[in-house]
Design a protein around this ligand. Sequence first.
Ligand SMILES: NC(=O)c1ccc[n+]([C@@H]2O[C@H](COP(=O)([O-])OP(=O)(O)OC[C@H]3O[C@@H](n4cnc5c(N)ncnc54)[C@H](O)[C@@H]3O)[C@@H](O)[C@H]2O)c1
Length: 218
Amino acid sequence: MKALVTGGEGGIGRALRARLEHEGFEVESLDLANGFDVTSPEAWSRVDAVDVACLNAGVLTGELTYENYRDAVSVNVDGVVLGVLRLREVMDAGAIVATASLAGLTGMPSDPVYSLTKHAIVGFVRSMAPHVEPIRLNAVCPGIADTPMIDHQRAELAAAGFPLVEPEAVAEAMWRAVTGGGTGECWFVQPGREPAPFSFPSLPGPRVDGERVGRPPI
Ligand SMILES: NC(=O)c1ccc[n+]([C@@H]2O[C@H](COP(=O)([O-])OP(=O)(O)OC[C@H]3O[C@@H](n4cnc5c(N)ncnc54)[C@H](O)[C@@H]3O)[C@@H](O)[C@H]2O)c1
């Protein structure tokens, strides 16, 4: 069985790889650090079928400039959408798990564009899942995780005694998403809690003359 992990050289990526290897997969790491750029359609065109794909590469925005905005959207959004488009061409079955974030389920004032990109992944996974069946497409949504991505905030978080998500806990959620039967799910990962699919609240639907109307026919 084969697997790929984008951003496979980062903190969460390494844990995803280790877990998949432990489960018996031959795992390929696709990372800028080893020459694979998830923002490149040409790079994706060379990717073959796998049984499990973790679309995990991601970046914070940094200072909110036009360039940084485009970079964050490119890695965090294009990197997932291009991956799904390629994988649905070459895979007949299996599982894709995108790494979103809790910042995709709630606002994150410290990095609004990062939050934008992760909301995009949540919306994409929930909307795209029916279009890639029988491949199952899910997301994991970790809280603040103990990886190099948060090095610049580590001291502040430690001083506040804030608990961090272990990368292995993200890998556990990924594996539950892979082995569970669901699709279009967004699994939250928080310290001290069992990972589970987030229960989205139901929307206030339209009413006509006070009566509920069903889902839109499109
Ligand atoms: N660390 C956190 O607090 C946290 C919380 C929730 C979600 N996440 C998400 O988890 C994922 C992994 O992040 P991490 O915490 O392991 O960070 P990390 O910085 O340790 O790893 C990110 C990896 O992505 C790679 N990468 C960046 N741009 C790339 C590109 N264009 N093509 C290929 N690879 C690229 C980097 O080289 C790096 O190895 C990201 O999507 C991140 O947004 C992280």
